[in-house]
Write a protein that binds this ligand. Structure first.
Ligand SMILES: [Zn+2]
Length: 244
């Protein structure tokens, strides 16, 4: 009896913070908002944080979703999340960033790419602007090839391959990233159009084709060093990035 009561208490605490987004035979369960004070360039900024999980189990009974967590080995698979700032649902103008996870750049601060810089810079741009959202996409490591393959790609790059040649040499397309889940979550959080923070017009186009309500683009550039010069040049020459 005690067990049942404590379970229903847990459900009652969580169910208002779980949103189900149905798509075909699958559902995305979005959990949040959760207060997340963040140290951003020395200042404490309060974001609202959400994480989500896609599942083939489509149910309105969230107790079922909770019951499956402990056996789902979720730590073996990365989940994505989004940091929201300001009045994202109703604010007139909002900035978003679709940030691809980069273990080496975001966590270690690697200078081989510009990801860590872009992550912090886009969080700063969003807070300066007043409202927006940063999507942190966990299945995008190494443009979607995974961390282990990225380590191999880096070895190839140390031997003269550029980013595109290295990924293709390992049997991957240049870019295997997919934005479908993030777009569904974006639509659940806001219906008005947004401006995308990116230097990559292809990303803007890909998101628009996939149905994202993205009306335009604002650039993000910087942190060029001797270590990432070639990487950045390849982005401009081969991947259609704008050098601005
Ligand atoms: Zn990176």
């Amino acid at each position: 009896m005690k067990q049942v009561q404590s379970n229903s208490n847990i459900l009652s605490l969580l169910e208002d913070k779980i949103k189900q987004i149905k798509k075909d035979n699958e559902a995305i369960y979005l959990v949040g908002p959760i207060k997340l004070p963040v140290n951003l360039n020395g200042k404490t900024v309060e974001f609202k944080w959400y994480s989500w999980l896609k599942s083939e189990n489509v149910t309105e009974n969230f107790q079922q979703v909770i019951d499956q967590l402990s056996s789902a080995n979720l730590a073996d698979y990365q989940q994505s999340s989004v940091l929201v700032y300001g009045d994202f649902e109703y604010g007139d103008e909002a900035l978003i960033r679709m940030h691809s996870i980069c273990h080496t750049g975001d966590i270690f601060g690697s200078k081989r790419c510009d990801c860590g810089f872009q992550l912090k810079q886009s969080m700063q741009m969003i807070t300066d602007h007043g409202t927006g959202a940063l999507f942190y996409l966990a299945n995008h490591e190494g443009r979607g090839i995974g961390l282990f393959s990225k380590a191999m790609a880096y070895i190839l790059q140390e031997n003269g391959y550029d980013t595109v040649e290295a990924n293709e040499g390992l049997g991957f397309p240049d870019d295997s990233r997919n934005y479908d889940e993030a777009i569904e979550v974006l639509k659940a959080l806001r219906s008005k159009p947004v401006t995308l923070i990116t230097n990559n017009p292809k990303k803007l186009k890909a998101l628009q084709v996939a149905g994202a309500p993205v009306s335009g683009r604002t650039p993000l550039w910087g942190d060029v060093s001797e270590y990432n010069e070639k990487y950045l040049q390849t982005k401009v020459k081969k991947s259609g990035h704008m050098a601005e």
